[in-house]
Design a protein. Structure first.
Length: 65
């Protein structure tokens, strides 16, 4: 697949993103954590706003599942 999805890190410090993501999940139940992930995905997909890129990301994320 040759698309426009940027798979290179865009963060100056990727660990800061990871820490923020983990902190957002702290204290949540498994169901609440799944809801947070779903909401975050929808917010970020809306921000991207390009279905071709989102489809490419979904394909890569799904992998061999």
């Amino acid at each position: 697949m040759t698309g426009k999805l940027n798979t290179e890190t865009a963060f100056a410090n990727p660990d800061d993103f990871y820490d923020a993501l983990i902190e957002a999940h702290r204290g949540l139940s498994e169901e609440q954590s799944a809801q947070l992930n779903a909401k975050l995905i929808l917010l970020l997909a809306n921000h991207i706003g390009d279905l071709e890129i989102i489809r490419e990301a979904l394909t890569l994320a799904r992998g061999n599942a």
